[in-house]
Design a protein around this ligand. Structure first.
Ligand code: 1SD
Ligand code: ZN
Length: 302
């Protein structure tokens, strides 16, 4: 037999017959971002000379926010008829040309924003998917973009450069803080999507730019996978160095989302020590870090 397939089998624990090109393998996500080890991390001059560009990140591009039982999800308008009519500074055009897009940096094509969601923990000790030098943050927002050169999301899932996901860490600030002003536009609405299947229309003021941290030219990038579902290895990850600062109340608003539909209350399971509700809420919806294997991580800054 081929030795590489037995290595893969040992590493991921799947029978070889299930190992397809895009099946969970050697480029899984999330990972720990080791900023110290020069065998892992390098500053890439190419990224320094090719700025990451965000286009059409402006109000009016989001349609609604839903509770899908695993996270909140902000869905973007994709179609012509979904455009907001002639509001100054809002998306008014007649085509996909006005959908938020990213390009530059590590990306060789244009990628359009499909949806935004987040991952968080049951406590402040957990939450983010990626870690930095072993440090965990309290949450992580993902802005999921699809390569516009592929005709469908399903096709994109089968390509190494099918998706580009921007990752933004949510970091708890000190006590007594109102929390991040723009993240508030999300957390204030979570009350109205308490149950799985609930959705709320987003007013035309929601601007995804509010989730992009200061100095978005400082980021790490590496090739990886989805962190849910089929774990397809189709993602160019871009993780911003700077974080969004959030309050305890804002984290609690995330933790109060329920994982079951209205009226279908499950038997509440409580942790015997903390008495915290375990099964009823969306908690710890992050995947643990995966081996880096032969990958290196590029930094866009020295
Ligand atoms: O968790 C999301 C999942 O909800 C879905 O959005 C998927 C494809 O868009 O992406 C994953 S993730 O890898 O962005 N966490
Ligand atoms: Zn995600």
């Amino acid at each position: 037999g081929c030795s590489c397939s037995s290595v893969r089998e040992r590493d991921v624990g799947y029978p070889p017959k299930l190992v397809a090109v895009h099946y969970p393998g050697m480029t899984q996500s999330p990972v720990n971002i080791d900023t110290v080890d020069p065998l892992v991390m390098y500053c890439d001059a190419y990224l320094l000379s090719h700025p990451l560009t965000l286009q059409n990140y402006r109000p009016g591009c989001a349609r609604r926010m839903v509770n899908d039982g695993n996270t909140f999800k902000i869905e973007m308008r994709q179609e012509k008829q979904e455009s907001v009519a002639s509001l100054p500074g809002h998306i008014t055009g007649d085509s996909e040309a006005n959908v938020p897009k990213i390009s530059g940096g590590p990306l060789h094509d244009e990628f359009k924003l499909l949806q935004i969601h987040a991952h968080w923990g049951a406590t402040d000790q957990d939450g983010s998917e990626h870690t930095v030098d072993g440090d965990v943050f309290q949450g992580e927002v993902h802005l999921v973009h699809m390569n516009t050169k592929y005709p469908s999301f399903e096709q994109a899932l089968t390509k190494r450069d099918g998706l580009a996901v921007l990752g933004v860490f949510l970091q708890l600030t000190d006590e007594g803080h109102e929390g991040h002003e723009s993240f508030k536009t999300i957390t204030d609405k979570l009350d109205s999507i308490s149950y799985k299947g609930d959705s709320v229309d987003l007013d035309d003021n929601f601007n995804p730019q509010c989730l992009i941290p200061d100095d978005h030219q400082k980021y790490w990038s590496y090739p990886g996978s989805l962190t849910t579902g089929g774990y397809q290895e189709c993602v160019i990850w871009i993780i911003f160095k700077n974080t969004l600062k959030v309050s305890h109340q804002q984290l609690e608003a995330l933790r109060s989302l329920r994982s079951y539909p209205r009226g279908k209350d499950p038997k509440i399971v409580r942790d015997p020590i903390t008495e915290r509700r375990l099964s009823a809420h969306i908690l710890d919806n992050y995947r643990t870090t995966q081996p880096l294997h032969k990958r290196r991580i590029r930094a866009s800054f020295p």
